[in-house]
Design a binder for this molecule. Structure first.
Ligand SMILES: C[S@@+](CC[C@H](N)C(=O)[O-])C[C@H]1O[C@@H](n2cnc3c(N)ncnc32)[C@H](O)[C@@H]1O
Length: 221
């Protein structure tokens, strides 16, 4: 396959995959990735624990809501999900623990501003580079002063389970549909953050329960 053919899809096309996958296979993917033990969220929790409101961007099958429930998080939880099937699953299983909003992050509008935007398990790479810049600006507008975006991404430069056209453009084919993704590096994230008006960016490397190499980025408003 030519490298350029791996750079085709935008976020709207990737949503087909999430509409088709179904909750159980999605949970199996979380196990394979080593995310079912919440190792990423345990790291993020120091930023979350004393806050009043969180939005989870791309809430999937409810993994982060499960974690916040387990921690007895007292703040308000908004869970944003674009896929019809996953949004329906979240409404059926997570109301009233969280307010489920079926929205497109590219047009995010929350009922109230929040302290933390959680964007875990590679959700951000579902967007093209230009979409990523737009999303960071939109999400920044939904954060309180002093708020943060916490984002979990594959470690830059590490081979993932997908096909790599280069270090940033990856393509994943499955019976549920294809995903085309853009993995940003620290330089990309710093550029997005600066343009959106964030004060600083921090990065922490870690490994999941199945030894996948990851980076957690914290964007400070
Ligand atoms: C890789 S999953 C991450 C799931 C969850 N955050 C977790 O950590 O378990 C990405 C999620 O983002 C959702 N998503 C992708 N594009 C979206 C968009 N434009 N607006 C809202 N949700 C979106 C997908 O449907 C999927 O549920």
């Amino acid at each position: 396959m030519q490298a350029n053919s791996l750079k085709g899809n935008n976020n709207d096309k990737n949503i087909d995959f999430y509409n088709n996958i179904g909750v159980d296979p999605f949970k199996i993917m979380a196990e394979i990735g080593g995310f079912d033990s919440f190792i990423d969220l345990e790291l993020a929790y120091e930023y979350i624990k004393n806050t009043n409101a969180v939005v989870e961007l791309g809430a999937g099958y409810g993994r982060c809501i499960d974690f916040l429930k387990k921690k007895k998080y007292k703040g308000k939880i908004y869970a944003v999900e674009y896929s019809n099937t996953l949004a329906m699953h979240l409404k059926d299983n997570y109301t009233p623990h969280a307010t489920i909003l079926q929205q497109d992050i590219k047009k995010l509008k929350l009922p109230t501003k929040v302290d933390i935007a959680l964007w875990m398990w590679s959700g951000f790479i579902d967007f093209t580079e230009s979409e990523q810049q737009e999303c960071i600006e939109i999400v920044c507008g939904q954060l309180n002063e002093g708020g943060k975006i916490i984002m979990d991404l594959p470690r830059f430069g590490v081979q993932t389970f997908a096909q790599h056209a280069d270090k940033q453009h990856i393509h994943f084919e499955s019976p549920y549909g294809n995903l085309d993704c853009f993995i940003p590096n620290l330089e990309n994230i710093e550029k997005y953050a600066q343009k959106a008006g964030f004060k600083k960016v921090a990065m922490k490397d870690y490994k999941t329960a199945t030894e996948k190499e990851r980076s957690l980025y914290i964007l400070y408003k």
